[in-house]
Design a protein around this ligand. Structure first.
Ligand SMILES: *Cc1c(COP(=O)(O)O)cnc(C)c1O
Length: 421
């Protein structure tokens, strides 16, 4: 019926449910590691290849630590993300700091950690110089504008707030060269959840050509090209994963032709994927709380959009498996909802599922990136726990669920009595 599978048996899940109340996100360590190795292997032709995991996708230090063990760095975009990387021991050039609209303290922290700083705008050159000083190695984010089409998550590049124009790139690298910066990189990221492998080949080609042009005109040498993140995942059962061999070999061909052909090598290839790394290997586990039948059938879960916002935010599809009813006929139409007082708090709309009843355990697939991470507290909703299914089949809680005390931690109730109104 569906190509979406679970990483554990019904008995294993039942044992977890005895100890851990729903809802929670469960991550599959073995699959995350396998997938990480496959990415590294696919690009092994490039000696300096490195993936910087986009921390925002799953900002949990336990996940970062196991990804660091697999050789990944961290792509950070805020002070807390930098601190998280530091806590895991990911520092120096294992951090790529790709931010925008950046405050001075974030540049200072990135510089202090020795991170690679990826600037979003030409005006950030004097800003960075004034607040932290220029580091030895610097990268610019390129926005190709009308040269490239975007997609629904990021939008058209010309409309996007990110990156330098082509002219600003030349101006920026010239400025840096004249100020004595020695090592240069270039970056672009204009799509997210892209399933067409040629998209990444094209991005690499655009950046490789720029490297050749800019190196020639300014007499500088590039150390690396960062083709960004954005590798998509098959959220729908009928979709296919991106063929990494096609991406890798396509980029390799352009690299040999453009970079090596023009004597600009060797250049390290970097990526900063988030979704592709953890997305398919996270599962939001919840229970059906109430079945409601009015003008439609509603299955209300004990999870809500604070646990997984993508369906509400993008109309995104997330596959749903009902535990113990996988083989039952999927012939009842439901809206699967959360408990938020917002009518877009729905995990699925008009989804055919087996007949549901209160207490049924449902697994919402592909919650491993931009799932727990996008959580929020609107309407007093508390964020769920995160569990890691270890390679040996045991389960470790890697983040506890929020409590009411956590929720009110920033309020001072003691002063309330003396507050006259
Ligand atoms: C979000 C983001 C990423 C990761 O995107 P994915 O679609 O999760 O791969 C990488 N780089 C930057 C600058 C981002 O904003």
């Amino acid at each position: 019926m569906s190509s979406k599978t679970l990483p554990l048996t019904g008995e294993m899940l039942a044992a977890i449910l005895e100890k851990h109340p729903t809802p929670f996100h469960l991550y599959d360590e073995a699959a995350i590691r396998r997938n990480a190795r496959a990415l590294t292997e696919a690009f092994s032709w490039n000696r300096g290849f490195k993936e910087y995991f986009a921390v925002k996708a799953a900002p949990n230090p336990y996940l970062l630590k196991l990804l660091a063990k697999e050789g990944f760095g961290a792509d950070c975009s805020s002070l807390p993300e930098l601190v998280l990387a530091e806590k895991v021991g990911v520092v120096g050039e294992d951090i790529m700091f790709t931010s925008n609209d950046t405050p001075p303290e974030e540049f200072q922290k990135a510089k202090e950690l020795g991170a690679i700083i990826n600037l979003d705008d030409v005006s950030h050159i004097p800003f960075l110089e004034a607040c932290a000083g220029l580091p030895e190695t610097i990268c610019f984010r390129y926005n190709p504008g009308p040269l490239k089409k975007g997609n629904v998550i990021i939008g058209h590049p010309e409309e996007a707030k990110y990156g330098f124009t082509r002219e600003q790139l030349f101006e920026g690298y010239r400025t840096l060269r004249d100020k004595g910066v020695k090592r240069f990189g270039i970056h672009a990221m204009v799509a997210s959840n892209e399933l067409d492998p040629m998209y990444f080949v094209e991005t690499a080609e655009i950046l490789f050509s720029l490297v050749v042009e800019i190196s020639r005109e300014l007499g500088i040498r590039f150390d690396y090209v960062n083709i960004g993140g954005g590798l998509g995942i098959p959220y729908r059962p009928e979709e296919e994963p991106v063929d990494l061999q096609v991406v890798s070999q396509g980029i390799r061909g352009r690299y040999e032709e453009i970079i090596e052909g023009n004597g600009c090598g060797p250049i390290d290839l970097y990526m900063e994927c988030g979704r592709h790394i953890t997305g398919p290997y996270g599962y939001l586990v919840a229970r059906v709380r109430h079945i409601k039948k009015t003008y439609k059938n509603f299955a209300g879960l004990d999870a809500c959009m604070a646990d997984l916002m993508r369906p509400a935010m993008y109309g995104a599809y997330h596959h749903i498996t009902v535990i113990g009813k996988q083989e039952a006929p999927h012939d009842v139409m439901y809206d699967v909802t959360g408990s938020l007082c917002e009518n877009n708090d729905k995990f699925a709309i008009d989804r055919k599922l087996p007949e549901l009843e209160s207490g049924d355990v449902v697994v919402i697939h592909d919650s491993g990136a931009h799932g727990h991470a996008m959580g929020f507290n609107y309407n007093g909703k508390l964020r769920s726990a995160e569990l890691l299914l270890r390679e040996d089949g045991t389960v470790e809680q890697i983040r506890r669920a929020e409590t009411v005390e956590d929720h009110f931690a920033t309020l001072d109730f003691d002063r309330l009595e003396g507050f006259s109104v």
